[in-house]
Design a protein around this ligand. Structure first.
Ligand code: PGA
Length: 243
């Protein structure tokens, strides 16, 4: 069976303004295969400069009196095909529960968006013997029966690896990816694409991308620089792995 192509996703988080986004696209090829997820304020601009677009969040509500929220349908309307949900920074700083994330996933799917669902353990959880089960239960509780390979991608991001410069080892990544894959196959009958995220950079991208269980990368800090992101995409292409 042909291995599915790897996906590179750039999560700009709360970085860049119009001027710095313009500078980014002066040297970043518009036909690149990476999905770029800028802050909401830049979605319209990036949608004109580039065609693989994602948002970093969407509302748990579909419309109406929800000041400050942006709905999944609005995100789709502005040109996004993807939305990142359940990122640990949303869970930690905005107290997003599994129930809220599940509502967001349902809205995103109704709007026709592909969800990039993040999950990952803290160091404390990692030290418990059933941390993989805890992680997978959390993921499975977010996922609905309407979920399939066509509308969801998972992203394993250990909390202790995000923005810390500390990357999970290939063994640590494989252990979680393989465990979750088996659970999704047996519960939902599809083989999931699972990205890795957490301090990915030019030095470690190749070894992580070469792993069979890794379906691609979710890149934060290193995606802000167009040359670095482009070089990581080139590594994927060299390995003939990138979509
Ligand atoms: P990082 O962020 O690459 O800066 O660690 C990844 C993420 O949080 O998506």
């Amino acid at each position: 069976m042909k291995e599915s192509k790897k996906l590179i996703v750039a999560n700009w988080k709360m970085n860049k303004n119009l001027a710095s986004a313009k500078i980014f696209f002066e040297s970043f090829p518009p036909s690149s295969p990476a999905v770029i997820c800028p802050p909401f304020t830049l979605l319209e601009y990036v949608s004109k400069a580039y065609n693989k677009l994602g948002a970093q969040d969407c509302s748990q509500f579909s419309q109406g009196a929800h000041t400050g929220d942006v709905s999944a349908a609005m995100i789709k309307d502005i040109g996004c095909n993807y939305v990142i949900l359940g990122h640990s920074e949303r869970r930690q700083y905005h107290k997003e529960s599994t129930d809220i994330i599940k509502k967001k996933i349902i809205n995103a799917h109704e709007a026709g968006l592909i969800v990039i669902l993040c999950f990952g353990e803290s160091l404390d959880t990692r030290e418990t013997k059933d941390y993989k089960q805890i992680l997978c239960d959390d993921v499975i509780n977010c996922v609905t029966e309407a979920t399939s390979n066509a509308n969801i991608v998972f992203a394993y991001e250990p909390l202790w690896a995000i923005g810390t410069g500390k990357t999970a080892s290939p063994e640590e990544i494989a252990e979680v990816h393989e465990f979750l894959s088996e659970k999704i196959v047996s519960r939902f009958a599809f083989l999931p694409k699972i990205l890795y995220g957490g301090s990915v950079n030019l030095d470690n991208a190749e070894s992580i991308l070469k792993m069979k269980s890794v379906g691609g990368l979710l890149i934060g800090g290193a995606s802000l620089d167009p040359n670095t992101l482009y070089k990581i995409i080139k590594i994927s292409e060299r390995e003939n792995l990138c979509s």
